[in-house]
Design a protein around this ligand. Structure first.
Ligand code: ZN
Ligand code: MN
Length: 489
């Protein structure tokens, strides 16, 4: 970025709360069903049907709000947000406006300064103000069929209408696309961690929008901002913001200026393009929803939700660093999901060797998981299984390379380490007399080297170890081989 300018970025995230049923009716929240099969008079918007608030949506909303450092408001109000669109049968969305469910959040995330390829160089904490997280219903979906210049049909599927959403809005606190990137990843991980949302951008149950403007350094007033939509992944979002910052700086410098508008990310051409200008902006004519009581949340309810929250990922990362002596990078990766963190702690507890456990999980196990495109919770190798293998390697019963082969087989078949070691013939000979016999033979067969070693050529020790291992077909316990060789030479 041209260093005379700075970027001002605010983020809005819509996240689908992981309820079984919709927010104002008891229709199932499902994907992939027959269009319009999960509908009733309420979510179809039929006259006279009344909304009833789903308590589970409030609980999950509370989990999300608390995990993101927001304050839950004692009283919040549902309001009608009026606009016309075919996927919105009532002609309004039930949302919240001037009295949101939660507000005034302070969230500290870790963000990285990155090189030109996007690789993190150094990490630093950053505190963000989250203005609000309110609750609202999702709209349905328009489905279009047919190619341009042919007969085209559009359909409306209302299965998604009435799905509960949390809308999380930050202050314009971000100064770079990577800060916004780290923020969205942080929010996604926390929402998944506390079970508030699947937060899967590919499935569309986490959607984000960025408000981007630029100003000359030292300027206090904001210049016109652009709203970026259609950001289907965190990486696309980052690219779109980056592109938009450069575009706006150029537009200001050339005197052309920036218009207040909504732009889309065009993934094919790697650029943003105009979706609509400010002149088409909606006036939503918000007013309180007369069919719903104000939502009152008691202190007891908030305390109960708080008590159920698991230890949050950042707190766990710091504990892993302090308790297990791990570095920031390893501790961050081990807290990338709750399942990974629990897996690590189980293995570390059983092996009493956290460093080895971390290395095996982040090394060989992750390699296998990535190759099989699996999550750690779906691995056939449980934390207990891996711990058993680590313990066997630690005793020196098999070599590290053999253990890698054993793990690959365990991963493919779900068999335990001892069974695989037996199958592969990696069982070590720890029988002292058998090893002594081999050592005697090797020394007898190499009298010149034995004499040279005794004469002071220490480097020949490795030669003898190698010969003994070879004669035992790699099965002799290396520790015992060393001891016996030292004694006999
Ligand atoms: Zn319904
Ligand atoms: Mn919204």
């Amino acid at each position: 970025m041209n260093s005379d300018w700075e970027a001002i970025i605010g983020m809005e995230i819509h996240t689908q709360l992981a309820t079984k049923t919709k927010i104002f009716c008891s229709c199932a929240v499902e994907t992939g069903g027959e269009p319009n099969s999960n509908t009733c008079p309420t979510c179809l918007g039929l006259p006279g049907a009344l909304p009833v608030l789903n308590k589970r949506a409030v609980e999950l909303g509370a989990r999300a709000a608390l995990a993101l450092g927001l304050e839950i408001q004692e009283v919040s109000i549902f309001s009608r947000k009026n606009y016309f669109y075919p996927d919105l049968p009532k002609g309004y969305q039930i949302s919240q406006y001037d009295k949101p469910f939660s507000a005034n959040g302070t969230l500290t995330i870790m963000t990285a300064d990155r090189d030109d390829h996007g690789h993190a160089k150094t990490w630093r904490p950053m505190t963000i103000h989250i203005e609000r997280m309110h609750l609202e219903e999702d709209a349905g979906k328009n489905v279009h069929e047919g190619l341009p210049d042919t007969d085209r049909y559009s359909y409306v599927d209302l299965n998604r209408a009435g799905t509960p959403l949390g809308e999380i809005v930050t202050a314009p606190d971000f100064r770079s696309s990577w800060e916004a990137y780290d923020y969205v990843n942080h929010v996604r991980r926390v929402l998944q961690w506390v079970g508030a949302s699947d937060a899967d951008m590919e499935k569309g149950n986490l959607r984000c929008e960025a408000n981007v403007s630029v100003r000359k350094k030292g300027e206090e007033a904001f210049r016109n901002k652009v709203e970026l939509k259609n950001l289907n992944s965190v990486r696309f979002m980052q690219k779109a913001i980056e592109y938009e910052i450069e575009r706006q700086i150029e537009a200001h410098e050339s005197g052309e200026g920036v218009s207040q508008e909504t732009r889309l990310w065009d993934e094919k051409n790697n650029r943003t393009r105009v979706m609509r200008s400010k002149e088409d902006a909606h006036d939503y004519r918000y007013f309180p929803e007369p069919d719903l009581q104000p939502l009152r949340v008691s202190r007891e309810f908030i305390d109960a939700v708080k008590a159920e929250l698991p230890e949050l990922p950042d707190a766990m990362r710091e504990r892993f660093i302090a308790t297990y002596g791990l570095g920031f990078g390893d501790a961050s990766q081990l807290t990338s999901s709750l399942a990974t963190a629990e897996y690590f702690e189980t293995a570390a507890r059983i092996t009493a060797d956290p460093k080895a456990s971390a290395n095996w999980i982040l090394g060989e196990l992750t390699k296998e998981l990535n190759a099989a495109n699996k999550l750690i919770e779906d691995s056939l190798v449980t934390a207990e299984d891996l711990a058993e293998l680590i313990t066997i390697v630690g005793k020196g019963d098999i070599t590290n390379n053999q253990a890698k082969e054993v793990l690959a087989e365990m991963f493919a078949t779900g068999k335990a380490a001892p069974a695989v070691i037996k199958e592969k013939g990696f069982e070590q000979v720890s029988d002292t007399s058998a090893i002594e016999k081999i050592v005697d033979d090797v020394i007898a067969a190499n009298p010149d080297q034995a004499a040279a070693f005794r004469g002071g050529k220490d480097a020949l020790f490795g030669f003898f170890v190698g010969q003994v291992m070879k004669a035992s077909q790699g099965k002799a316990n290396p520790k015992i081989v060393n001891e016996i060789l030292r004694a006999k030479l």
